[in-house]
Design a protein. Sequence first.
Length: 417
Amino acid sequence: MKSLRQRIVLLLILAIVTVVGLATFAASRVLQPPPQDDRIDRLARQLMVLVAFAEKDPQAARAAGLVLRDTPQTGDFSDRMMSERLSAAFHRAGSAVEAQVNLQNEPHRATASLYLGPERWLVTELNDFGPPPGGWIVLAGWGFLIVLGAACVSIFAAAKIIRPLQLLQDSVGRVGPDGTLPHIEETGSGEIRATAQAINRLSARLKTAMESRMRLVAAAGHDLRTPMTRMRLRAEFITDEVDRQKWLSDLEELDQIADSAIRLVREEVNDDKAEKVELGSMLCELVEELRLLGHPAALAERQTVTVSAAPLALKRALRNLVINAATHGGGASVRLAVDDNHAIVSITDEGPGIPENLMEQVFEPFFRVDAARRKAVPGAGLGLAIAREIFERFGGSITIANRRPHGLEQTIRLLRA
Ligand SMILES: Nc1ncnc2c1ncn2[C@@H]1O[C@H](COP(=O)(O)OP(=O)(O)OP(=O)(O)O)[C@@H](O)[C@H]1O
Ligand SMILES: [Mg+2]
């Protein structure tokens, strides 16, 4: 019972059934018929009149319709309890008559055989003292109707109570890749309107914050360019060859970082139109291109499958991942498979992998795993952030997992076009 809606429904059903159950119990107590003993005493007194009549003048009694027999009536069941209670009632009324009560198999028919003397019995029909016909079925139907009614009311009430939460859950679930929430209609009851307004306000603030972050990154990347060009010029005049090379390579790295930052921002605001892309040949071209640049990469398996994405952006994203496997992982092996709905690209390497606790952080912009590795492979820590941005924009996803005994597997799923 995990969902709040189910808990509320169950609680409401319990509350309603308990209240109605208690009310029914109280009503049945208040509206009870007189106690059974009273009724049996009255019956015994009436029967005593018949007994007296039958004993005094059996002939006349028979003529009046009373049944006088040598043997008691035999029924389908003898009701011992009722027999004892009726006999006790006779004794209370000062008579020694013994009674035998029999139940017939037909519903609610009983006869009493009253002992008048050896081989003399008065047999008469009795009123029914049992519960009303079909008592248990009526009670079960009554209970069922209460539970059914309570369930309907509870489900409706729970849906109403949960509505603001549902609204929150729906809109948070639809957060776009740019971190903004969809606009929600501000209608309905007070609480729902308040929730919708709060979500819309949050969405507007998030949008402003995202935009200003992007402007800041883009401006910083852009503005760094001019002083870096001046520094590069000055570095050219350094006479010590080793020193000059160090300056130039540091400046080159700075340049790349500024470039990647601008590219990330560009991806976030990009709305390139998606078109059909044949993924097999794109991967083939990409691997060839990277091999020419000296990266150890191979396409181990390919299929022909089309996906819907902006080709340049998709290639950029895949390139970032293959380069990661080739540089951080020492060699990239690329596979393209398909299932019913997806094209699945898997890029594996046999490098050191990524510590499990940093698996999510490596997708953060400017995050790189450790200082020792940073020196070996220059970069800004933006490749994975840019790649994820692009895949998600086209409805895809990327996951990474360490391999045994070592290495990393990057898996991309894209919807087939
Ligand atoms: N295949 C891999 N094997 C081991 N570590 C990896 C692998 N891919 C990524 N990483 C780790 O994740 C970090 C983030 O990767 P990301 O691609 O975002 O940045 P980067 O490669 O450092 O720089 P760049 O912006 O040039 O791509 C890397 O610095 C590296 O530490
Ligand atoms: Mg990278």
